[in-house]
Design a protein around this ligand. Structure first.
Ligand SMILES: Cc1cc2nc3c(=O)[nH]c(=O)nc-3n(C[C@H](O)[C@H](O)[C@H](O)COP(=O)(O)O)c2cc1C
Length: 158
């Protein structure tokens, strides 16, 4: 089974987990990279990023190679931004017409996951959702999250 993990990560929490999972299950990865530079320092990143997420912005992405038909399964991963998934995924979902694919998703947050699960479910409604997982970063040990994630992935049917 050929799997790809399509993800975004601003500060590395999600990426750390994506890399561990990819290695564990032998998946390819695709990191979505906005063209416009990210504000990664200080409080302004929350204002800027939160605004992007709430306004459902779709930032332009650097070119990438992806053809849904190349994969049996697609796993999405994102940090939670203002109670939803991060804007680069919104660009991807708009651009790629995903229908009848086997999909799963996980997301990282600091305790305020908001409607992220529901928003993923809504946008992936035309697909077969195999599973969803959220992981709390910051307070929870990285290795513990990794174990939870690998266990979750091993239980995905299909
Ligand atoms: C712009 C922005 C908005 C965020 N909004 C939330 C939020 O609504 N709820 C929450 O629990 N964490 C929120 N966070 C924290 C991140 O979801 C969390 O630290 C995540 O693990 C970061 O993943 P990353 O390191 O892969 O970027 C936010 C972080 C940023 C930068």
């Amino acid at each position: 089974m050929k799997t790809i993990i399509v993800y975004y990560s601003l500060e590395g929490n999600t990426e750390f987990l994506v890399k561990a999972l990819a290695e564990n299950i032998g998946a390819e990865t695709l990191m979505l990279e906005p063209i416009k530079a990210q504000k990664t320092k200080g409080f302004s990143k929350f204002v800027w990023g939160g605004y992007q997420a709430v306004m459902k912005k779709k930032p332009d992405l650097k070119p990438y190679d992806f053809k849904a038909s190349d994969y049996d399964r697609i796993i999405f991963a994102s940090p939670v931004w203002a109670g939803t998934f991060a804007p680069p995924l919104r660009t991807f979902f708009e651009r790629e017409d995903l229908i009848a694919k086997k999909v799963a998703f996980f997301f990282t947050h600091e305790g305020g996951k908001g409607k992220t699960k529901e928003h993923f479910e809504e946008i992936l409604a035309d697909n077969h959702i195999l599973g969803a997982l959220d992981l709390i970063t910051g307070k929870t040990d990285k290795e513990e999250n990794m174990k939870k994630l690998l266990h979750w992935a091993s239980q995905l049917k299909g």
